[in-house]
Design a protein around this ligand. Structure first.
Ligand SMILES: C[S@@+](CC[C@H](N)C(=O)[O-])C[C@H]1O[C@@H](n2cnc3c(N)ncnc32)[C@H](O)[C@@H]1O
Length: 245
């Protein structure tokens, strides 16, 4: 067991429903276009860090040269490994990536590990990601936009992101480390209102999920804002990353 591993409350406990959630993401392709623009991975070596059950590995498989997944939750590793023979799925974490220095061109972390807050230090994983990236390589972190879209409204009602500090804390954290942040508006699209309701009930406490569901009983879609934090590995580390380097 990795000492730095915390089981995801959504995917770790309800793999099937998280699969439904992943299937609903970004049918318009706005987020996908943003990822490609941030760091194209065609014929490059790509790592999906915190890959969970490996849902996205099959999407990267067609274009990446070498494809890796890293996941700390032992209960998800088998599922991720079964997704595609094109990916090498390794047991590890953001803080301990079992890959050599300067061996990867693009790292994606989708809702995994990078949740900086005044009480959650994400620098160890960021240093480790930079160790593994080749010079000029890119880390792209997919996060929730807490300001725009209906998902952001639910986050506010549920107060689930309050621990990440007030206002612009997250964007400031990334800026101080040399990253740029892009806002991307997209949506969730489910095949029935029941699916949407089940996923909202998994992601949010009853007190905020129920009123939203009662107010939108027939909805199969929900607008969803994403933040893409993009950090390119240059010759020098940002001052925040140098402290313990
Ligand atoms: C919400 S799930 C997202 C999974 C996957 N990226 C996806 O989008 O389907 C968060 C993932 O982060 C993983 N995780 C937890 N602690 C981690 C760490 N220290 N380093 C890397 N991943 C971690 C969890 O085990 C889980 O698989």
């Amino acid at each position: 067991m990795l000492s730095d591993f915390i089981q995801a409350w959504n995917q770790g406990r309800n793999v099937e429903l998280y699969e439904t959630e992943n299937e609903a993401i970004d049918h318009a392709g706005n987020l996908w276009s943003g990822l490609v623009a941030a760091a194209p991975w065609s014929d490059k070596d790509l790592l999906d860090l915190g890959c969970g059950s490996g849902f996205w590995l099959t999407r990267y498989a067609g274009t990446a040269r070498c494809l890796f997944g890293v996941e700390p939750d032992g209960s998800l590793l088998g599922l991720a490994r079964a997704r595609t023979s094109a990916a090498d799925v390794l047991h590890g974490s953001a803080e301990h990536i079992p890959l050599p220095d300067a061996s990867i061109d693009v790292i994606h972390a989708r809702f995994a590990y990078f949740f900086p807050s005044p009480t959650n230090d994400c620098d160890p994983g960021l240093r480790e990601a930079l160790r593994v990236l080749r010079p000029g390589g890119t880390l792209v972190v997919i996060d929730n936009d807490q300001q725009d879209g209906e998902f952001a409204e639910l986050l506010h009602t549920a107060n689930t992101a309050a621990h990440q500090g007030p206002g612009e804390y997250i964007q400031r954290w990334w800026k101080e480390r040399g990253a740029t942040t892009e806002r991307i508006m997209s949506s969730w699209t489910f095949t029935s209102p029941q699916e949407l309701q089940a996923v909202i009930s998994m992601e949010f406490p009853k007190g905020s999920a129920r009123p939203w569901i009662e107010a939108h009983p027939d909805r199969e879609t929900l607008s969803y804002g994403y933040l893409l934090h993009t950090l390119r590995k240059g010759r020098e580390l940002a001052p925040h990353l140098q402290k313990e380097a």
